[in-house]
Design a protein around this ligand. Sequence first.
Ligand SMILES: *Cc1c(COP(=O)(O)O)cnc(C)c1O
Length: 453
Amino acid sequence: MEQELKSFLRISAHLRDLERNVPISEVIESGKVIDKLCLDVSENGMSREALETLLMDVVTHTPRTAGTAFFNQLFGGRRVEATLGELISVLLNNSMYTYKVGGAMIGVEKVMIQKIMSLIGFKKGNGTMAPGGSMTILMAMIMARDAADVGVRKLGITKEMVLYTSEESHYSVPKNASFIGVGRNQIRFIPANESGGMRVDLLEEAILEDRENNRLPFFINATLGTTVLGAVDPLKDIAAVAERNKVWLHVDGAYYGSLIFSKKYKHLTAGVSLADSFSINAHKMFGVPLSCSFIITKHQKALYDSFSNKADYLFQEDEDKDDYNPGKISMQCGRRNDALKFWTLWKAIGTKGLGDTVDHLFSMAEEARAYLASNEDYTLYSFEKSINLCFNYKGVEPRKLCAQLHHEGKLMVGYGAFKGQEFVRLPIVNANNTSEEIQAFFKLLETTAEDLL
Ligand SMILES: *Cc1c(COP(=O)(O)O)cnc(C)c1O
């Protein structure tokens, strides 16, 4: 291992250089990447030295998400404390199903789940980690389905079950609806209001209409921080509708769930305590390595009801201590340790440090918004209290501009749309960034846009 660790240190030094000097990797046409970088595997192996050289080259041609030019998705940067935790969990390589195999790591996961529960005001409940935010929505949907019709686990779907989500919600909702046998046609996409939040009046209308037609409304997905605008659904009003109609309410906090840590911005999450389940990603605002996703429910038995299965070859000791055998409430069998990396960061900077991270992102976004609002060349589409800045520059087509920036090796940023209007979407989500770096982003974008005009 000694040699490999030395090799690792050399490769990480190489990556640091790249991040500083060549923030965007040179673009290779996708159809040519295998040949150009000699990626194909072969009959015979290669020497350690040759492998290191090859790895350096592969790293060189991989987009750098921790550099100063990556604004493409809702993650970015590197929180070194979290990276340390991740490296250790890779070395340990436990599987998070039983206390026997996971040991201390089961406790590491558990304290965070309990702390998140207390931050969102769930007095009791349960939770686990899943491979990504999309999977946490899937797990919530399954719990809701099984709670609405206890026969489903054995018989499959026998009723016409319906679910509700805003048209601005994450694209995994329709995928998950098809995975669980409910089907995409049984989704009611509720229109959003002008600020991107779900129209609660239309939500209740849709539920009542489905009830009248003998369908079974079973799941409402509310979004805390939509992917494009960073808008927040009116959680309290939605919770009242869910309560009146006895429908499971899930709050998808994959993006803005992190706000629960901030004294200053927690008010935006008001109403989350009324949900049946809640999900949160630590790999977005907190820069924890992908993926780091929690699903929490206030119904203590719900995860067991949907995900437990007898497996004598696996659960052999401490059968009575299910609380420390999380394999009984997870989707997978073998489950990687996604807990330690967030715990190391959390321990290092404290709950206050996590809150400060959120505040730092919002304050950079405020400054950037002020810049855009005061500059006549920009049209601004996003709203207050959002760290996603959506804008256009002098009528330059956003798709074209984003592609040009990428190909010139300047910036990776994407575009989005709201109610038919397309725009550049800049998420201020990399906590390593400074306001100066955000200013540099705009300058780069402006020069490229001017060239296109
Ligand atoms: C990112 C995101 C998801 C999906 O999370 P992944 O970890 O990427 O699967 C779901 N919902 C919202 C609102 C998101 O922003």
